[in-house]
Design a protein around this ligand. Structure first.
Ligand code: GLA
Length: 351
């Protein structure tokens, strides 16, 4: 574990970059600004290490970022319709930052916070726990929320992200990790040649503003069927209305067998480099997003412009707009309860 200065905020506070290295010399780096995952450097089938995560070179890049590269987003990952919901007989109005809706916790969500970090080098594998405090009323949400996110990097090239949250008043909580992956190790390539599997028979179709209609739809016979591994390019330009309206994949899949234990939710394979990524989670949903809003205007590490489809996100979460959809699994958190999430990104190679 090493740490170094990653830059400063305009108010003078220092931002730190933490690097965890395992016995295989593979590394992940994290920043306490937005508790962001900054890099994931893993081998290809010949053992060549490369960074498979889009990100920025310094804290300023994260300050200026509007694409949520690598951030922990919250309090609510994804959208809440019109930023409004009712809970315990009261109606709450959240900040609006995506058309007429609330997205990823609002403009000053968790991704804008400088989190406190605790380093743990005593367990078998090094980890960093990031702590954040979200005061009552922040972005319109009720209750003071405390959230800890622990990143652990083990010798199997497995990154575990564990969340623990509490509140002092009835609220909703649904944070997620917004990493953009490109397993080629060079984000000048697109992710279109990656083969994807998502363990889901259903998804939540979206209507205007990418808000779920509330229905669950079978993936069968649609380009959203990833039950068997399939190249992303195979279906992404299909005239299917759900893809056309999103300019690609940007949907929430209903993961099979949700029972709050950790299951394999998705796999991604880059046949050329042989890199293979598994996503395991205890969450009921997975947002698969193909970087449809990247347009080359955002420059990241190495000055590389992030073009359309240069990264893909697999965001483990509860379903978008659940506070307004009583038929979806509940995101309500009560005082005395603990919000928990475990999500793992495991890297290996094939020949
Ligand atoms: C999520 C959303 C997308 C987009 C990105 C961030 O994945 O589903 O619609 O907002 O975040 O750009």
């Amino acid at each position: 574990m090493t740490s170094k200065q990653f830059g400063k905020l305009s108010d003078g506070r220092e931002v730190t970059l933490y690097t965890l290295q395992n016995k295989k010399n593979a590394t992940v780096a994290l920043s306490n600004l937005g508790a962001a995952l900054v890099s994931v450097i893993v081998p290809d089938k010949s053992g060549v290490l490369a960074d498979v995560l889009l990100g920025h070179e310094n804290a300023q890049g994260y300050v200026d970022d509007n694409s949520y590269l690598g951030f922990i987003v919250g309090r609510y990952g994804n959208r809440i319709a019109k930023g409004r919901f009712s809970l315990g007989g009261k109606t709450y109005q959240l900040g609006i930052n995506d058309g007429e809706n609330h997205l990823h916790g609002g403009k000053d969500g968790f991704h804008r916070k400088l989190w406190d970090a605790t380093i743990n080098t005593k367990s078998p594998f090094d980890s960093v726990t990031m702590h954040c405090v979200s005061p009552d009323g922040e972005e319109g949400y009720p209750g003071k929320v405390l959230l800890d996110v622990t990143y652990t990097w083990n010798d199997n090239n497995e990154l575990t992200i564990e969340y623990r949250g509490t509140t002092d008043a009835l609220t909703v909580l649904n944070p997620t990790s917004h990493g953009y992956f490109n397993l080629t190790g060079d984000p000048r390539n697109t992710i279109l040649g990656h083969e994807l599997m998502i363990a889901a028979r259903q998804y939540t179709p979206a209507g205007p503003g990418r808000i779920p209609t509330g229905k669950l739809q079978n993936v069968d016979g649609t380009p959203l069927d990833f039950r068997s591994p399939k190249r992303i390019s195979d279906g992404i330009n299909d005239p299917f209305e759900q893809l056309q309206s999103a300019k690609g994949y940007d949907h929430n899949w209903v993961l099979n067998d949700f029972d709050k234990t950790v299951h394999r939710a998705a796999t991604v394979h880059d046949p050329k480099s042989g890199r293979f990524m598994e996503v395991l989670t205890d969450q009921p949903g997975l947002q698969f997003y193909t970087g449809n809003f990247l347009d080359g205007s955002l420059k990241g590490k190495g000055g590389i412009a992030y073009q359309y489809r240069s990264g893909l996100c697999l965001e483990a979460q509860y379903f978008p707009d659940s506070p307004n959809k009583p038929q979806f699994p509940s995101v309500v958190l009560k005082p005395g309860e603990t919000y928990r999430q475990t999500t793992k990104y495991r890297f290996s190679t094939t020949d």
